[in-house]
Design a protein. Structure first.
Length: 423
């Protein structure tokens, strides 16, 4: 009986030690995974923001330089042409100058369209390159993490095996040393069993509480991940709808403008054909039409300038609003993460306090046992005899009580009453 009790004691100590080690490793693994995820998200956000700012700044500078360069070239060409044709003041030369300006405006429009198409192609290429680099980096990091986890698992398994062998050797040696010493202390087995059973009961309660806490934490984590996934899917769908509307509007605008330009060119050709019959009427009508075109160009330039200003203001308002929404979401995530950290710290404190109480109780058991060993042999025999007598008396009382309870139960069954269970 004493050997069985010692085995149970050693098994309980070993189980406690293994359980504490397992919980600590699980906590460290969760913290490592959470830190890695936070670093990945923050670094990705910083890189995207820096790239977007740099790209916006670079494109703005290029557009500004091109605008000033084209303006300067146009001014130089106009000034040179004006100096060459300074003496020609007739109506024909004026019409030629207006035609030149009109053709220059058309050429700049075609050039701006081609430049916008080239910028769009470059933007798509840069976006595809950036997406590929991010995806490849993510896959590489995932592969490295998997290799690191496999290596750590192998090292942990090897360390666990070595520690098991070493603990087994130490336990056997200690068991052999203590076997002779504990043969004389059989009287303390009952007391030790009582304390060990109490410790096992408290351990079971503690494990049940830990399992409940882990289930609650797992449910919270699953809810958080699912809500984040649904929010991201909704945002991507909304952005896809906005992008489709913008592309459809751009296509409609391009087709409509092409139709309008073709109609204008056809109308001009018909007018020029009719005006070829009479020179005077052709000059008069040509000058009148050219003036109308120039005024239309000036009016459209003014309208386009106001439209560009309104578009820029709308984009600025949208960027400010979206930035506020993103900052609000980030702050909500930070608050959730802080709450999680506070919960982790509180749970760690509770576990450490439970471990401290458990250590105090183990020390108390050791103190009582050592005090028992320090007593004289005669006194221990007296205590042992008293305990044996007390145990026999308790067994006798239990037997009498059980017989009495059985008799009462039999009487109730015979009388036809429903028996009541005693606890």
């Amino acid at each position: 009986q004493f050997v069985a009790a010692m085995r149970q004691h050693r098994s309980a100590v070993l189980i406690q030690k293994r359980t504490v080690g397992m919980l600590t490793r699980m906590r460290m693994r969760r913290l490592h995974q959470a830190a890695t995820n936070c670093q990945r998200l923050i670094r990705g956000f910083i890189a995207r923001r820096a790239y977007k700012r740099y790209f916006t700044w670079k494109v703005g500078k290029i557009i500004c330089i091109e605008r000033f360069m084209r303006s300067w070239l146009a001014k130089v060409a106009v000034e040179r042409r004006r100096q060459e044709l300074e003496k020609q003041r007739c109506l024909d030369q004026a019409s030629i100058d207006l035609q030149r300006l009109y053709r220059g405006w058309k050429g700049r429009g075609v050039a701006s369209q081609r430049y916008a198409a080239a910028l769009q192609v470059k933007l798509e290429y840069d976006s595809a390159t950036s997406i590929q680099s991010f995806v490849r980096a993510r896959l590489a990091r995932r592969q490295v993490d998997l290799m690191r986890d496999e290596r750590m698992k192998e090292m942990e398994a090897a360390a666990t095996y070595l520690r098991k062998m070493w603990l087994g050797i130490q336990t056997r040696k200690q068991y052999l040393r203590l076997q002779e010493d504990f043969r004389k202390a059989e009287g303390s087995i009952i007391t030790m069993q009582r304390y060990i059973r109490g410790c096992l009961c408290r351990l079971w309660l503690w494990r049940e509480a830990v399992a409940n806490e882990q289930e609650v934490w797992a449910a919270i984590e699953i809810q958080r991940h699912w809500r984040g996934y649904k929010g991201r899917v909704h945002a991507e769908n909304a952005w896809e709808q906005v992008w489709r509307r913008e592309m459809a509007a751009a296509l409609l605008q391009r087709n409509l403008r092409g139709w309008v330009v073709r109609a204008k060119i056809a109308r001009q050709r018909r007018q020029l054909a009719r005006a070829s019959f009479e020179a005077a009427q052709r000059r008069f009508l040509g000058a009148q039409r050219i003036q109308a075109r120039v005024r239309g160009i000036l009016a459209r330039k003014a309208v386009h300038a106001r439209l560009a200003l309104a578009t820029h203001a709308a984009k600025r308002i949208q960027s400010v609003h979206r930035g506020g929404v993103v900052r609000t979401r980030m702050w909500a995530q930070i608050r959730v993460q802080r709450v999680i950290l506070i919960q982790a710290a509180a749970r760690g404190f509770l576990i450490r306090r439970r471990m401290a109480k458990l250590k105090k109780k183990v020390l108390l058991i050791q103190k009582v046992y050592r005090k028992w060993l320090s007593l004289p042999k005669m006194r221990r025999l007296i205590h042992l005899r008293t305990a044996v007598i007390r145990k026999q008396q308790a067994k006798l009382i239990q037997n009498y009580w059980r017989q009495h309870a059985e008799k009462n139960l039999v009487k109730k069954i015979q009388q036809g009453e429903r028996p009541t269970t005693t606890t």
